[in-house]
Design a protein around this ligand. Structure first.
Ligand SMILES: Nc1ncnc2c1ncn2[C@@H]1O[C@H](COP(=O)(O)OP(=O)(O)OP(=O)(O)O)[C@@H](O)[C@H]1O
Length: 861
């Protein structure tokens, strides 16, 4: 395209603009404003709305004489000049000075003054062209986009970052609207408010006649084609798969999509459809993203920098295509770009700076009005003027408003909605709206206060969109086979690790022995079996050797103790030189035994108790060894071995084994923890990847609801979870032999519910957190409290009493207890401790799921 397209509907008429009088010095009182000169009839059609009816030029007329107009247009200019008006302020005086010559300018303020004078001259000229029209909600709904008094800021109250500052924007239907501004000025923020993904702090937006997000507005939805600034593509998909997904989401049939793909591949000069996105160049990827926005022929195409990385020839093709599709007047394109000059082909451009529009005009008009060759120059001029204007905005606005003031019914809000001049929200963006009477248009959504029918309420899930989402989720999973392998192997690995590492008694523990019964003649123990036969210390050690200990001989008690202190042994055992005689005396004489006999007849044990598990186990083993040793002697002396036992008899336990091990105690907790956190991690990761790639945002803009997104992930993740739960259970019970006395069905159900709860928690974290890092912190941070407080490694009964209360409401406490009761006590759903676990996990699932849906629904951006 060699020249800018003619402004549709304008018939080549010069576009009228508005110009504003300004005060040069704030301290000077503003004189009474002069009346504006509105024309009584419709203004000349000069905006690019193709379907608009060109209006005849209106003769100038004083404001008071303006006849009330039907509520169809907002602010319209008259191409005919209005009666000259006296400059109402000191700025006007500056203009007069300027007209007299440069003599009025002197000193350092020359440049600023010159600019102000230019501005004031232009203002005076353009103010003559102002014609006021009535505005109503109905007129605003006729535009493709209408933004009024938009305020948006980021940051805190103390340090706000104001992005939109009372911005007004009007995009008529059937135009290409270029949104220009420096990087970071808020273009993307404005677009995401328009597509309903961010909320304004105050102000109003209408898109295609409805409020974004309202019922029946179709926005977000298939009426919009949105190409975000991020790529927002699945790298693992082919081009065709990508476009197929977006086509299905927008209710196209596969056949229609294939036809469109054929066209788009040719038009955008893309490689064959079976090429993977991750093998494309940056520019090609952006074109695929562009194709995804175009695929369903949307009414409103919103393109955030579509031509980045695109060569000039293709860029021209893209612009030609945009011009082509807007020709019919039914399609509107809003486009942001850094290549200012390419927007010469737009019908209207808006120059954004400081949270407002500096101008909202046709490029030709802007160039002509500002007597410039390039739009960059215009932008620069307007920016300078805006800077000056900031010094005296209040009087400036007062003057402008007083100029355009006409008597309006209270319901029409006019003054605050003209947009885009010198940063003070004054321009004529919307001169030519196609005139319709209310009820005539079929593409305007119904009024928002229409009652919602029951069947409409029930339609929360669209089968077509679910098909697209499931296709996308499963395909993504299959293509990420590395992740799939990890998902499949991780539960097996973790369960095996647990069963092999936790529970068995420690082996090969060293004990340092200092046996003074051995001497120069007999320095090695010899096994003996008779009644009080041989050296009894050796006989005790003979039994001790059957336990998992390694006995190291030391020459003295000090050496043995030194070995313990150096960490070479866990205990030092010392036998006195007369140990055998003393023990015999003690056993034979009973109560009559001398204190020396009691003393020398005892094994002296000094232990390293730094490891509670090892210490307790050694103590127990030494005591049991003595019982065996004493029983052995009594048997060899023809007494009953039972006489050596402690007089407490432990019968077969009601539940569990008589010698339980730690693995069996911790197994229910560990199994559920593995399942919970695997599901949490995998779901959270999937969702975060989708979010950070911008795909979630794009899905939401294309009208997919949070419930649909959640449901599709629930289905896919549930399938994976079933596999993971099966792997954990098979490896825990049949393969590693964790004892189970309960119902396999109920324990499987409980494990599935726990996995589901983990999934829901993963959803919640991923939608709640703004970054992968914070999501990881929360996910990992949850691990320790869950493990500590849910009775997994230590009984709840042993906790601090406050923690005990907290523990009761933790997601896994009741569930772990329930599973433990099922597998160790063999109980079913008839006892409270079991069904409490199910109730608790259900409650947590509901909380996480509900919080995820609400966060997705209400958290914008
Ligand atoms: N979620 C957010 N929280 C805080 N600040 C934000 C957030 N999003 C954007 N901003 C800030 O708001 C400003 C406007 O950002 P925005 O992305 O809308 O600019 P832009 O005009 O689209 O920039 P570009 O042309 O470089 O894409 C920037 O300063 C940016 O840092």
């Amino acid at each position: 395209m060699s020249s800018p397209p003619p402004t549709p509907g304008s018939g080549g008429d010069p576009l009228p603009t508005i110009s504003l009088a300004v005060d040069q010095q704030q301290q000077q009182p503003a004189p009474e404003p002069a009346p504006a000169a509105p024309a009584p009839g419709p203004a000349p059609a000069s905006s690019p709305t193709p379907a608009s009816t060109p209006a005849p030029s209106a003769p100038p007329a004083p404001a008071e004489a303006a006849a009330p107009l039907p509520p169809v247009e907002e602010t319209a200019p008259s191409s005919a000049p209005a009666a000259p008006q006296a400059p109402p302020s000191a700025a006007a005086a500056a203009v007069d000075d300027a007209e007299q010559g440069p003599s009025a300018m002197h000193g350092e303020d020359n440049l600023a003054l010159e600019l102000e004078m230019e501005e004031a001259l232009a203002l005076r000229e353009r103010r003559r062209q102002l014609v006021q029209r009535q505005s109503s909600v109905w007129t605003r709904r006729q535009h493709a986009i209408c933004v009024r008094r938009a305020h948006k800021r980021y940051g805190t109250k103390d340090q706000p970052l104001v992005i939109l500052d009372g911005l007004n924007m009007t995009v008529p239907k059937g135009v290409i609207y270029g949104l220009l501004g420096a990087s970071g000025c808020g273009k993307t923020t404005l677009l995401s408010c328009i597509v309903g993904r961010r909320r304004l702090d105050s102000g109003e937006i209408w898109v295609l006649g409805g409020r974004p997000g309202s019922r029946g507005s179709g926005v977000p939805g298939p009426r919009i084609g949105y190409m975000p600034q991020d790529l927002a593509l699945y790298q693992e998909f082919t081009i065709r798969e990508t476009l197929l997904y977006f086509g299905w989401v927008n209710y196209m049939t596969t056949k229609e999509i294939d036809v469109k793909i054929e066209f788009l591949l040719n038009f955008l000069m893309l490689p064959p459809g079976n090429r993977m996105v991750n093998t494309l160049s940056g520019g090609q990827k952006r074109r695929v993203s562009f194709a995804a926005a175009l695929i369903h022929d949307p009414e409103l195409l919103i393109l955030d920098e579509p031509t980045v990385g695109v060569d000039p020839l293709l860029r021209q093709n893209i612009w030609n295509h945009l011009v082509q599709i807007t020709k019919g007047g039914n399609k509107t394109v809003i486009i942001t770009t850094h290549y200012i000059d390419e927007t010469r082909q737009a019908h209207t451009i808006a120059l954004m700076r400081g949270g407002k529009f500096l101008a909202e005009e046709s490029p030709t008009d802007l160039l002509r009005t500002h007597n410039s060759d390039s739009l960059e120059e215009v932008f620069l001029k307007l920016s300078k003027i805006q800077n000056i204007g900031k010094r005296r905005r209040s009087s400036f606005m007062q003057e402008v408003m007083s100029d355009v003031q006409v008597e309006e019914p209270v319901s029409y809000d006019v003054n605050s909605e003209i947009s885009g001049e010198y940063g003070d929200n004054v321009s004529l963006s919307n001169r030519d709206v196609e005139i319709h009477t209310p009820g005539e248009r079929t593409d305007i959504p119904p009024e928002e206060n229409q009652p919602v029918t029951c069947s409409e309420r029930m339609k929360i899930i669209s089968p077509q969109k679910m098909k697209a989402l499931l296709y996308k989720n499963f395909l993504w999973l299959i293509r990420n086979y590395g992740l799939l392998a990890i998902i499949a192997l991780l539960p097996i690995f973790e369960t095996a690790l647990y069963c092999l590492a936790i529970g068995p008694d420690p082996q090969n523990l060293h004990i340092a022995i200092a046996n003074y019964e051995l001497n120069d003649t007999l320095d090695e123990c010899v096994d003996s079996h008779g009644c009080f036969d041989g050296i009894l210390s050796c006989r005790y050690l003979q039994h001790l050797r059957k336990r998992p200990f390694i006995l190291d001989k030391y020459a003295s008690e000090d050496d043995a103790l030194y070995a313990v202190k150096r960490g070479h042994a866990w205990a030092a055992l010392t036998f006195a030189a007369n140990y055998s005689d003393s023990l015999f005396e003690r056993m034979a004489d009973g109560r009559a035994a001398s204190p020396e006999a009691v003393d020398f007849g005892s094994v002296q044990v000094t232990m390293d108790m730094s490891n509670q598990h090892i210490g307790q186990m050694m103590k127990k083993d030494m005591l049991l060894t003595f019982q065996d040793f004493a029983g052995d002697i009594l048997t060899s002396c023809n007494y009953s071995a039972q006489a050596a036992n402690v007089p407490i008899r432990f019968n077969t336990p009601v539940f569990g084994s008589i010698n339980p091990n730690f693995r069996d105690f911790a197994a229910p907790g560990v199994i559920l923890t593995i399942i919970f956190f695997l599901c949490l991690g995998q779901t959270g990761l999937t969702m975060m990847i989708e979010r950070t790639d911008g795909m979630l945002e794009r899905c939401l803009v294309s009208g997919i609801t949070p419930v649909e997104i959640l449901m599709s992930h629930v289905i896919v993740q549930f399938c994976l979870m079933v596999l993971q739960v099966a792997a954990v259970l098979v490896f825990s019970f049949p393969i590693f032999g964790v004892p189970n006395s309960g119902s396999v069905f109920w324990l499987t159900v409980l494990c599935l519910l726990t996995g589901f709860c983990g999934m829901c928690y993963g959803f919640f974290i991923s939608v709640f957190c703004d970054s992968e890092r914070s999501a990881s912190y929360i996910g990992l941070g949850s691990f320790v409290p869950v493990v500590m407080l849910c009775g997994i490694i230590w009984p709840v009964e042993g906790m601090h009493y406050i923690l005990r209360y907290l523990s009761v409401v933790m997601p896994l406490t009741q569930t772990v207890e329930s599973l433990r009761t099922i597998i160790t006590r063999g109980k079913g759903m008839d006892i409270p401790i079991v069904y409490h676990g199910y109730i608790s996990i259900f409650v947590w699932i509901t909380i996480f799921l509900g919080a995820s849906v609400l966060t997705l629904k209400f958290k914008k951006g």
